[in-house]
Ligand binder design. Structure first.
Ligand SMILES: Nc1nc2c(c(=O)[nH]1)N[C@H]1C(S)=C(S)[C@@H](COP(=O)(O)O)O[C@H]1N2
Ligand SMILES: [Mo]
Length: 199
């Protein structure tokens, strides 16, 4: 009798746990929520970023990245299949700030961003100055681009970026004002290497 009752509540707990896991894995609402206090504190996150220009190389810890001058704005992306992610408030470090650590970024240079899953994305110098991106309004109608800032983000909506959303470090093509959607393909997840390719 008591055994059956315990079994039932165990099954119920398992079912709730499975639901939570499914919701976390899905992430289809595009909102970011984390209640993990360690994740919001953020500084203990074990992750290294390599910044290089092929000659000089700097390896930065997550805490060292958070100690750099921060940039805050908005991010809103659309995937190739039309799923919208965001809008988020985003916080991170402009890529140009990172390049100051390895001799700066100059006209004609390009930027290669890599992640451990093998994804690789390139920004040209026009994009590094915030231009030359395709942008959309909330109805996914193409609209003229405001000035954009490619950043290495470590917070969405005031909390650490969960792994499922590409954290702890994700590229965001960010804006000063909400309401502009950028192409998700440039929002590299799990960034671990950023390279300036000298012209
Ligand atoms: N590391 C990494 N980042 C990535 C990708 C990827 O496969 N690996 N896919 C990109 C693409 S094509 C899109 S549209 C967005 C959102 O992809 P998702 O819907 O698979 O999360 O992440 C981008 N960042
Ligand atoms: Mo995509």
């Amino acid at each position: 009798m008591e055994d059956a009752g315990m079994k039932r509540s165990f099954v119920r707990i398992l079912a709730i746990f499975a639901l939570i896991c499914a919701a976390a894995a899905c992430g289809c609402t595009g909102t970011t929520e984390t209640t993990d206090p360690a994740a919001s504190a953020g500084d203990e996150i074990a992750w290294n970023l390599t910044v290089t220009d092929g000659t000089q190389e700097k390896v930065l810890s997550f805490a060292e990245i958070k100690a750099l001058p921060a940039w805050e704005g908005y991010g809103y992306a659309v995937s190739t299949v039309g799923i919208k992610y965001g809008p988020y408030t985003v916080k991170g470090v402009p890529l140009t700030t990172l390049f100051d650590l390895v001799g700066g970024f100059e006209e004609g240079d390009q930027v290669g961003i890599s992640a451990p899953d093998g994804y690789y994305w390139v920004f040209d110098d026009e994009q590094m100055s915030g231009k030359g991106f395709v942008t959309f309004d909330e109805n996914l109608k193409e609209k003229p681009s405001p000035d954009l800032t490619p950043i290495l983000a470590y917070e969405f909506n005031g909390t650490a970026i969960p792994d499922g959303d590409g954290g702890p470090l994700r590229i965001v093509v960010a804006t000063d004002e909400p309401g502009t959607i950028t192409e998700g393909s440039a929002w590299v997840k799990w960034v671990d290497r950023i390279e300036v390719k000298r012209s």
